[in-house]
Design a protein around this ligand. Structure first.
Ligand SMILES: Nc1nc2c(ncn2[C@@H]2O[C@H](COP(=O)(O)OP(=O)(O)OP(=O)(O)O)[C@@H](O)[C@H]2O)c(=O)[nH]1
Ligand SMILES: [Mg+2]
Length: 227
């Protein structure tokens, strides 16, 4: 859950980010690589839910990313609504060496969008880029799906570490950028009307989709913030 108020410093920001995708695409190993530079050759399926909090620096500001991981297989999964609740970012992961896991992306995207009515910052991640000879999904095909769905895109390898930090940082940076713009807008609004917010009400910052699209030159939008 993320709590934002004007008086809080950015150090207090906590962004919940969820990992989703079929079983064995490498969700747990991406998190292990990112959070503690670890890799497990014979890792078992995740049972239930795990999360790790990792500090990330964006523009000299420290932000905490709380990254949630659950099983790809239905029978081992955490309670789905609780898993998604409060998330402001998502890594949607497939395995570039198994076409089937890429074909599941539409289903994962539907689930994500059905649980989070606000649009979360989402990156499509083609993991296991080290398996060059076994590749079944080309980079171009991955990129095209991401573009069609308004997602960021990256290929990673939890095994050789390539792009792992970049994948998480892309999501956190985008959430932070959107939030910063919203805080500035809120301050401008307050200057125009000083009586506004006088009662200390909870403020839900939510991006204006059209404006975000115009600013970004693409169809990404977000977010955020609940108390
Ligand atoms: N070659 C290669 N293998 C990987 C990579 N990432 C994960 N693996 C392997 O893929 C298998 C599954 O990885 P996990 O991280 O457990 O997959 P998961 O998505 O968490 O699976 P569930 O918990 O069942 O949903 C393990 O044997 C890992 O060692 C990678 O980048 N490259
Ligand atoms: Mg796992």
């Amino acid at each position: 859950m993320a709590f934002y108020s004007e008086n809080e410093k950015t150090e207090d920001y906590l962004f919940k980010i969820v990992l989703i995708g079929d079983s064995a695409v490498g969700k747990s190993n991406l998190l292990a690589r990112f959070a503690r530079d670890g890799f497990y050759t014979n890792s078992k399926s995740t049972i239930g839910v795990e999360f790790q909090t990792q500090k990330i620096e964006i523009n000299g500001k420290e932000i905490k990313a709380q990254i949630w991981d659950t099983a790809g297989q239905e029978r081992f999964r955490a309670v789905t609504s609780a898993y998604y609740r409060g998330a402001v970012g998502a890594l949607l992961i497939y395995d570039i060496s198994r076409r089937q896991t890429f074909e599941s992306i539409g289903r994962w995207l539907n689930e994500l969008r059905s649980y989070l009515d606000m649009n979360v910052v989402t990156i499509l991640v083609g993991n296991k880029s080290d398996l060059k000879d076994a590749r079944e999904v080309t980079t171009a095909v991955g990129k095209a799906l991401a573009a069609a769905q308004g997602l960021f895109f990256i290929e990673t390898s939890a095994l050789d570490s390539s792009n792992v930090s970049a994948a998480f940082q892309t999501v956190v940076r985008e959430i932070y950028n959107i939030l910063s713009r919203k805080v500035i807008q809120t301050q401008e609004l307050k200057q125009k009307d000083p009586g506004w917010m006088a009662n200390g009400k909870t403020v839900v910052l939510q991006a204006d989709e059209k404006q975000e699209a115009a600013e970004n030159g693409q169809s990404k939008k977000v977010l955020c913030c609940s108390s």
